[in-house]
Every structure is written in C-alpha cells, then in structure tokens.
Ligand binder design. Structure first.
Ligand code: AMP
Length: 290
C-alpha cells in the first residue's frame, strides 16, 4: 500500500471495494476520476466484516474482469492487498463507532460494522487519500465512516454517492448474482421502498406508515428490519423531518440484501432520493442479461 501511495500524486481519491464490480462501484470510480488527480481503488474481500463464513465462501469474485473495468473507468491504481499486507498478524484492534455502528446491521450481523470500520481505518492510514468515495446504498456504513473520520481526525473528505439500481429497481449488489430464481421475490424490497417514497412525496411523514409500506410489500419472514432513521446518527425517528433514511434488510434464501431511500424534508415539503436506475441489464449478469 505504501508503494501505491508513493506513486500517486496531487489530489488522491480512494474507492474501497470488495470486487465483483458493478455499475454502483463504477459510478464511485467515475466520480473520483472526475474530481481527483489520481484515483486508487482497492479490491479486498474483508474477512473481518463477514459474520457468516458461508457468506464469505460464496462471495462472487472475478479479479481479471474487475481490473479491466476499473482501468476502463480511468482508475490509476488498483490495489489488491494480500491479507498479510493489510494486517501483519491478525489484528487485535477493532474500530467501533458506538451507537451508529451498533444498531441495525450491528444487531443483525454482530461484528460486521466494526470489521468495516477497522478495514477502512487501515486503508485510510495506508493510502492517505484526500477524498474517499462511498455509496449511499450502504447508508449506515457511510454514517459510521463519516463519524470515525471526524472522531479520529483523518484528513480526508468522505464523499457519499448515489445509490445505483438495476433497471427494475433492485439495488445493485455483487450478491444479486446469487439470487437466482429468488430475484423476482427480492424485488419486493425495492418495490416497498418506492411505495414509501411515493407516500413521503405525497406528504406522509410518519415512520409507522412509511415502514408499513415496506413491510406490506415483502413476503412474511423475509424482512429483517425497515426503520426510519436520522441519517447521520442512524437513530430511529418517529417522523421524517430533516435528513432521514428509510433503511431495510431482508433475506431471500441464503442471500441477504439491504436497500434504502433517503427522505429529506424541508419547509417546502420534501423529496425522496430513490437513487439512479440503469437503463440496461447490469454487467454482473455478463452477456446473458437478466
Ligand atoms: P462493496 O464492494 O459492496 O463493499 O461496495 C464498495 C463500495 O461501493 C461501497 O462504498 C458501497 O456503498 C458502494 N456500492 C455498492 N453497491 C452500490 C450501489 N448499488 N450504488 C452505489 N454504491 C454502491
């Protein structure tokens, strides 16, 4: 990592990923390339953030394809650290962001958020970027990283980027290729969120009603949570006022997916941030399409 950092000059942008790149990752890279002199992307499937070993085992990977895609985006350096380069020996240190990292994903995936925060801290220390790009798809992760950077005084600007959806609304995730026949069922989550966003746009601010719109769309037993939270602290809020986000997680067979819509209310009403939709099948499906 030190070598990669030494090679980079000017304003350096960092895009951390776990690989099996899709258009969501590429949108972060494109933004960094447009805004920074040099862009470093990392590809590291971080074992610390997997609470379920089976999930780690089946996590999709295609390094050659990832390297080609990142290069085509204009990424200057793709860093693929070996585990021993990330941590000389298994780290005893964990970075935990109290409260923000302990709720939601922290409850359902014990150790996950600390694993993310620890690895991002390691990448920021090793690569010393000026700007670091993260997707709003992982709203809680973005809140955790924003706070850890503030608390630990890393001289980096954290940049939150739009959530990218497949053409039918499913939030893009590398894990979507694992959904198979359950993909149609999994669409219920984004459908529920879009219903909630529509209600918000029509003036509905009550958390109970917005959360129920999601609950009503998702098959029984699949939903882990649907919670309206204040965006920077991830605390539950009863009313969508100021900057809030309706965060959700659900399981379809062995695949767990998360999704959200941002709900920003102001005096003139408010607007739901549904993210951006692809106009074509995602590249994760190769030439087969969906
Ligand atoms: P991952 O490889 O899943 O760890 O994601 C790496 C980065 O890409 C994180 O900052 C994610 O929030 C971001 N990302 C993943 N999926 C999306 C998406 N659908 N839209 C925007 N950003 C995303």
């Amino acid at each position: 990592m030190a070598e990669a950092r030494a090679q980079a000059g000017g304003v350096v942008g960092l895009v951390p990923t776990m690989g099996f790149l899709h258009e969501g990752h590429l949108s972060l890279m494109e933004r960094s390339v447009a805004e920074c002199d040099q862009t470093i992307a990392t590809l590291y499937v971080n074992p610390l953030q997997f609470d379920d070993p089976a999930d780690l085992d089946r996590y999709p990977a295609d390094q050659d394809r990832d390297l080609a895609l990142a290069e085509a985006c204009g990424v200057d350096l793709m860093v693929v650290p070996r585990p021993q380069e990330m941590f000389a020996s298994p780290p005893l240190t964990r970075v935990t962001v109290a409260g923000i990292g302990e709720r939601l994903e922290g409850e359902f995936r014990p150790g996950h958020m600390a694993g993310v925060a620890t690895v991002v801290t390691r990448l920021l220390a090793g690569l010393q970027p000026h700007r670091a790009y993260f997707g709003r798809k992982d709203a809680q992760q973005l809140a955790v990283i924003t706070r850890l950077v503030q608390d630990l005084g890393f001289p980096v600007e954290v940049v939150g980027c739009s959530l990218v959806r497949e053409s039918d609304g499913l939030a893009l995730s590398s894990r979507n290729v694992l959904l198979g026949e359950r993909r149609a069922e999994a669409l219920a989550l984004s459908r529920g969120l879009m219903r909630a966003a529509d209600r918000f746009d029509h003036g509905e601010k009550r958390a109970t009603v917005l959360e129920a719109a999601v609950r009503g769309a998702v098959p029984d037993g699949a939903l882990e949570y649907a919670r309206l939270c204040e965006t920077s602290t991830m605390t539950r809020t009863a009313v969508a006022e100021g900057e809030t986000v309706l965060v959700t997680a659900a399981r379809f067979g062995p695949v767990r997916i998360i999704d959200n819509v941002g709900l920003v209310a102001d005096r003139s009403g408010g607007s739901a941030d549904r993210g951006v939709r692809l106009g074509h099948p995602s590249l994760i499906y190769g030439s087969e399409g969906t």
